[in-house]
Design a protein around this ligand. Structure first.
Ligand code: GUN
Length: 278
């Protein structure tokens, strides 16, 4: 069977180039603030990549790398300052944060228009109501990829394995808007395979290598891998790619699938934030 590899690297490159041109045409200084608390290794890579891509398209980034011991109050004060600074167009608080900080409270402090991640209560609420402004970048990137490959979601059975605020929950709302029938699975789901087997699209964001095996998907299913793990320094996803790709109709690789789309969507959200202001 002919398998289509969903090439997130290629699609994201096209989007990045599109936004490089758009930011250039704006002829305006655009500033993006990234707050990173502590020393999480994965966050360091994500933050560096975000800065690199932003700088590439002409966005000025400022990284606030804060000590692990910083208080919640100090973080909220910083967000407040950035909210008030009219030169700052976007603010992103990298997750995770240390346990003593209430991340939802911090996300919610970010001005709605500057909330590039779409994690504030208002952003989430408007997504729930079908009137989003900024949409969480990974779910948005997944839907953009499906659109690029002209996969019509209308009436399809989609099985999401993840219920986080960053991926699973926003993705649920985006897919529902597209008339998909969605099953939300998670760590307490019984007989996971029964759910994945029924699905036209399986979207996995678990973080366990080879978690999705070929016997778990139906013939010609579309498989979207959002997992990121490391085996002997190599980045791998949740899906047993070698075997699942023999059965699927479309599949995303890791790396080079969903990952690059997240950053492309950050650029899009920053651009929308600037346009909203103009
Ligand atoms: N950590 C992992 N993914 C994300 C994301 O999309 N946004 C933020 N802020 N933190 C993350």
């Amino acid at each position: 069977m002919k398998i289509m590899i969903i090439d997130g690297k290629k699609v994201s490159k096209e989007i990045v180039e599109e936004y490089k041109e758009k930011f250039n045409k704006l002829n305006k200084e655009v500033n993006f603030a990234i707050i990173w608390i502590g020393e999480d290794n994965a966050s360091e890579i994500y933050v560096k990549n975000k800065i690199k891509k932003c700088e590439y398209v002409g966005i000025k980034t400022k990284l606030y790398h804060l000590e692990e011991t910083i208080s919640e109050e100090e973080v909220l004060e910083l967000i407040d300052e950035l909210n008030k600074d009219s030169k700052v167009h976007g603010i992103l608080l990298q997750s995770p944060v240390p346990q003593h900080i209430d991340i939802i409270k911090c996300f919610n402090k970010i001005d709605y228009k500057k909330d590039i991640d779409g994690f504030s209560n208002k952003s989430v609420g408007n997504l729930y109501l079908g009137r989003p402004f900024h949409i969480s970048c990974t779910p948005k990137g997944i839907v953009r990829l499906l659109d690029y490959y002209q996969i019509d979601l209308n009436g399809l059975n989609v099985c999401i394995i993840n219920r986080s605020n960053i991926v699973g929950k926003p993705l649920f709302h985006l897919l529902l808007e597209r008339n998909a029938t969605i099953t939300m699975c998670h760590s307490k789901t019984k007989n996971l395979k029964e759910h994945t087997k029924m699905a036209d699209i399986v979207i996995s964001a678990v973080g366990k290598p080879k978690f999705i095996t070929a016997d778990m998907i139906k013939d010609k299913a579309i498989v979207i891998d959002v997992g990121i793990s490391r085996i002997a320094g190599k980045v791998v996803g949740d899906v047993d790619f070698e075997n699942v790709s023999k059965k699927a109709s479309y599949i995303t690789p890791v790396p080079g699938g969903v990952g690059p789309m997240t950053i492309a969507m950050i650029l899009e959200n920053i651009y929308n934030a600037v346009k909203e202001e103009i």
